[in-house]
Design a protein. Structure first.
Length: 244
């Protein structure tokens, strides 16, 4: 069973298009046009073309591309801000907010034409955001699932709470978890394919595969192909094995 997966995008449309090109080339090499492309979330924040990324994914999904687009914590913060900018985010430290420079929400709003959001009063910024962000984009992000199981893999943005059945997992864990998951080396009964925790390069830990290669911070965007539990990076040179 073959699946493709793409890590955290963070508003880098050029990197996303290149990742799709790498997948298209691998499809040509294998002749397999049925395997889904699973995007692991964090489509917005920090990068320059957040609106373009959301539009590309929403448009492609609507026309029937075989894509699965999961929800990341940044996607949830974005739609939560649009709903109520004062609503607390359960996974975010209390001294931070979505518009804090470390989080990058202002870059998302700038891509929709709302300028200098982090430097102005919250109420007018929120009103401008409501007017600027298409309802179709809000609906698309709100409707994203938080995990997907295919064969021997579970795909999720941040990770899972070990020992808890997938149907009983809490959404906040699925989009935010680090502690309690990253250091857990048990076999979960499936390979957990995730992002959220930025690394220099994709890394296979045996029981989990982290493909967040720091696109948000100037790194590459990782695309992989997974066959059962075997993993290859997709590069301009073709497949490169990625092993524990």
């Amino acid at each position: 069973m073959r699946s493709y997966a793409i890590g955290d995008i963070h508003g880098h449309l050029d990197l996303l298009l290149h990742a799709h090109d790498l997948i298209a080339e691998d499809r040509r090499q294998t002749g397999d046009h049925d395997a889904p492309v699973i995007h692991l979330g964090d489509y917005v924040d920090r990068g320059p073309e957040c609106r373009g990324v959301v539009d590309h994914l929403a448009t492609g999904t609507a026309r029937g591309e075989n894509w699965i687009t999961l929800k990341g914590n940044h996607d949830r913060m974005f739609t939560r801000f649009l709903r109520d900018p004062f609503e607390p985010e359960e996974g975010l430290r209390t001294e931070l907010s979505w518009l804090h420079p470390r989080i990058g929400g202002a870059a998302t709003l700038a891509s929709y034409g709302v300028r200098n959001a982090a430097d102005r009063p919250l109420t007018p910024v929120h009103q401008e955001a409501i007017e600027a962000v298409p309802q179709s984009h809000r609906a698309f992000l709100d409707a994203r699932p938080t995990w997907h199981q295919r064969g021997d893999c579970v795909f999720v943005h941040a990770g899972i709470r070990p020992g808890i059945p997938m149907q009983a997992q809490h959404e906040t864990d699925l989009v935010w978890i680090r502690s309690g998951f990253l250091e857990d080396m048990r076999d979960h009964g499936f390979l957990v394919v995730h992002g959220h925790t930025a690394l220099d390069r994709a890394t296979h830990y045996g029981n989990r595969l982290n493909i967040d290669s720091s696109a948000a911070y100037g790194g590459p965007l990782t695309a992989v192909v997974i066959e059962d539990r075997d993993v290859w990076l997709l590069t301009d040179r073709g497949r490169e094995p990625l092993q524990p």
